[in-house]
Design a protein around this ligand. Structure first.
Ligand code: ZN
Ligand code: ZN
Length: 312
């Protein structure tokens, strides 16, 4: 197995490297879960400050928007255009979530859209599903995070994201993504230290804005792949098993309107009804008003109704 010369997280055959899997297990699954458990204990003991919670909320918002607005709607689906510095900022904040850098992430996600819930989908809960309740749970785990350890399809950036490969900044970020994750830990530590005036405040800032944030962000993103392909409502005539899961919308910043998204993947807006809360869309709309986003892709009411009508 030779590590890919441009993408250190995968090898030349498009398989996730053993080192990446071990790091994911330790730093994305185990340590954030321990951090969240520790934070819960502090919460029960009444040892959580408003500064801690503010750092958590701030870090969660900017890093999660890096994934939803940046990695997903901008880089993967090209739902809008934005100035280069804004692309860079979104890419860096997204990278802090330890989900890899944008090129490999977007390549895998375009594969998902190329054959959702079909052979070749990198993380469908339905492919090769074993029967019964246990099979359903195993399918959910595979789509949630198991696909990192039991990869079913090779990741091919040259085939799926040639447009992103031409971006020198994104190419560079593939090499430095681990350092950006560390930066995502140093920021809440520094903020906690500055705002509380003590290094203990720095450590609790790191706990909440680093590890707890990573725990929530990891499982919010993963839930879109797992829960939103098993549960949820459907209203468009599409073949995959995606669903709209409303209660997840605040946490996923609107990404859990996943059935809408599969019906219209290039739409910058996933919450298509006025009551479908979509904070990522609110951010893109605000950017548009400020002149920071243009060519924003929206789906007309007629196009939406055509897909509805096709279902009847
Ligand atoms: Zn999907
Ligand atoms: Zn998508």
């Amino acid at each position: 197995m030779t590590v890919h010369p441009l993408y250190p997280t995968i090898d030349t055959d498009g398989r996730i490297t053993v080192a990446s899997r071990v790091l994911a297990l330790i730093f994305v699954i185990i340590l954030p879960a321990l951090g969240a458990a520790g934070a819960a204990v502090l919460g029960v003991l009444g040892m959580v400050t408003l500064v801690d919670l503010g750092i958590f909320a701030g870090m969660y918002l900017v890093t999660a928007l890096g994934i939803t607005v940046g990695y997903h709607r901008l880089f993967t689906h090209r739902a809008f255009d934005t100035p280069r510095p804004v692309r860079w900022i979104l890419a860096i904040f997204g990278c802090m979530n330890a989900q890899g850098a944008p090129i490999v992430w977007a390549a895998q996600h375009r594969m998902h859209h190329a054959c959702p819930d079909q052979p070749g989908d990198p993380h469908s809960p339905h492919q090769d599903r074993k029967p019964g309740f246990l099979g359903a749970v195993m399918g959910l785990w595979h789509s949630h995070f198991g696909h990192v350890f039991n990869q079913t399809a090779a990741i091919e950036p040259a085939r799926y994201v040639p447009d992103l490969e031409r971006d020198p900044f994104l190419q560079e970020l593939e090499k430095w993504s681990a350092l950006v994750v560390v930066l995502g830990m140093l920021l809440p530590f520094g903020a906690g230290w500055l705002l509380s005036g003590s290094w203990i405040g720095g450590l609790t800032g790191l706990l909440w804005g680093g590890w707890v944030r990573l725990f929530v962000a990891t499982h919010a993103t993963a839930a879109v792949n797992s829960l939103c392909h098993v549960f949820g409502s459907r209203r468009f005539a599409i073949q995959d098993r995606s669903g709209n899961v409303g209660w997840l919308a605040p946490l996923t910043l609107g990404e859990s309107w996943h059935h809408n998204h599969h019906a219209f993947p290039t739409s910058a807006r996933h919450g298509l009804k006025w009551w479908e809360l979509d904070p990522s869309w609110i951010v893109i709309r605000t950017m548009e008003r400020l002149g920071l986003a243009w060519n924003v892709c929206l789906i007309s009411r007629e196009r939406q109704e055509q897909k509805l009508a096709a279902k009847a």
